[in-house]
Design a protein around this ligand. Structure first.
Ligand code: TYD
Ligand code: MG
Length: 454
């Protein structure tokens, strides 16, 4: 067999090239390219198997071979994000910033799944057993029927797992795993990829579920990002602001359930507590109606969630006004500002614009466009929106308002939380929300005129 060519792998985006360069052509990062020995390609000299790649007609798969059903652990916020529970033989990646609470979440999950009857092994590559025990004591889980291993050598881990054959193996974290047949440092793309590959293969081979923790780099990607994400069945991100006690577990990919589902937790002195009604929580810090504050009725996965958008608009001391966004998409903000300027004649030139989603929540829906526009206008005109009003709707570049999905659910949630009126686009069923006053708008110009008299 020909000697495998060396591969140069970008440690930031995972792109490979055949020669070294100072700058990665794929992601533009400098000094991220490192030579890595390629993974072994299997035994040499064998033609690709006639036996090994056997295929079976789908209809021949008897129900005897159907996997056992999923297991719910009783932590509803986690079960929902997993799509109703943990699927056997599945590989799950949990990503998040260091210190956000991944180990805490997974230790609690380990205990909960053990209580639900699964055999669970928790492999910590980051903390010594004494530290994990200490944490378990703090969480009140010292008696949980969870087996603990502190190990970083992938071969040893696979040997342990092959013997123990647990229903669930938790690996914290994939960046600390180290495969001795791969010639680069732990945490490098090759190592992370090898670890994720081996653990995923183990899950499929033995029918155990494997949950891997992955740290996220500064710019929000799991190291060796795309490579790992497409290997596993489910990718969950654990998000939140460090200073806030709220934590959001979000499914960005799920082969066994809806993506974009969220579970909301609160970090307390005794670990993570579930938050069954996130709308109430996100609005809990809201005071009297103030300018620049607008409540948006959003949908996260299968659930409606109300969040507050806050905007501040102020004359800019510099010639380059600031556009600062937390919890929403910056380019979407530029688009809304452009539509307000050119379709409604409301200039933002010379003004600093700050936009923030309260509570550390991140909103990705275009349905929030109208709420953002309302917050910006309210801040700019120094005029508060009518009290107890929710706003939602997508804005097109022409300034027209487009109806959004699940109008009915958005309105129901708002009514449940005591909101009496809503501003929304035309179209979209709104049955079952009796008593709410609905202001249906065709376009942004009409909205500006109606609500702000401009
Ligand atoms: P950890 O789960 O270690 O984070 P990660 O594994 O994502 O790096 O959580 C670390 C933070 O959580 C730490 O700053 C302390 C805080 N914490 C609590 O507030 N309460 C608790 O009961 C625990 C265990 C941790
Ligand atoms: Mg940790």
């Amino acid at each position: 067999m020909a000697k495998a060519a060396p591969a140069f792998v970008c440690q930031s985006c995972g792109a490979t090239s055949s020669k070294w360069a100072g700058r990665c052509e794929a992601c533009g990062e400098w000094n991220t390219i490192v030579e890595e020995k390629p993974l072994s390609q299997g035994p040499a000299g064998k033609s690709l198997g006639t036996v090994r790649g056997k295929s079976i007609p789908l209809s021949d798969l008897s129900s005897r071979e159907a996997p056992p059903p999923r297991t719910a652990c009783g932590l509803d916020e986690l079960d929902r994000v997993l799509g109703g529970g943990l699927v056997p033989a599945s590989a799950v990646l949990v990503g998040g910033d260091p210190g956000i609470g991944k180990s805490t979440l997974l230790l609690q999950a380990a205990a909960a799944f053990a209580n639900a009857g699964l055999s669970v092994v928790y492999i910590s590559g980051e903390e010594a057993s004494a530290q994990v025990r200490l944490r378990a004591q703090r969480l009140g889980l010292a008696d949980a029927q969870v087996k603990l291993a502190t190990e970083t050598n992938l071969r040893d881990i696979l040997t342990t797992l092959d013997e123990a054959r647990p229903d669930l193996a938790i690996v914290d974290s994939v960046q600390t795993m180290w495969a001795d047949n791969v010639d680069s440092a732990p945490g490098s793309v090759s190592q992370v990829r090898a670890a994720a590959h081996e653990l995923t293969t183990f899950a499929k081979r033995r029918g155990s579920a494997v949950v891997m923790v992955g740290h996220v780099t500064k710019d929000g990607q799991i190291a060796g990002p795309r490579v790992v994400e497409h290997m596993v069945d489910t990718v969950l991100y654990f998000e939140g602001e460090r200073g806030h006690q709220f934590r959001i577990l979000r499914s960005v990919k799920n082969r066994f359930g809806p993506a974009d589902e969220i579970g909301v937790f609160e970090m307390t002195g005794a670990g993570l507590a579930e938050v069954p009604n996130p709308s109430a929580l996100f609005l809990s810090e809201r005071g009297a109606p103030s300018t620049g504050s607008v409540v948006f009725s959003g949908i996260e996965g299968t659930r409606p969630v109300l969040v507050e958008f806050q905007a501040l608009v102020a004359p800019s001391p510099t010639s380059q006004p600031r556009r600062s966004v937390v919890g929403w998409d910056g380019s979407r903000l530029s688009m809304i500002l452009a539509v307000l300027e050119s379709r409604c004649g409301i200039p933002f030139a010379g003004l600093d614009v700050y936009l923030n989603v309260a509570g550390g929540m991140r909103v990705g829906e275009p349905a929030a466009d109208l709420a953002v526009a309302a917050a910006l206008l309210s801040a700019r005109e120094d005029s508060a929106l009518p009290a107890e009003t929710v706003v939602f709707g997508e804005i097109s570049l022409s300034g027209a308002l487009r109806p959004v999905s699940q109008t009915e659910n958005r309105l129901k949630e708002a009514r449940k939380l005591g909101f009496s009126s809503a501003i929304l686009p035309q179209g979209g069923k709104a049955g079952g929300t009796g008593g709410m006053q609905l202001s249906r708008m065709a376009d942004l110009t009409g909205f500006v005129g109606d609500v702000f008299g401009a």
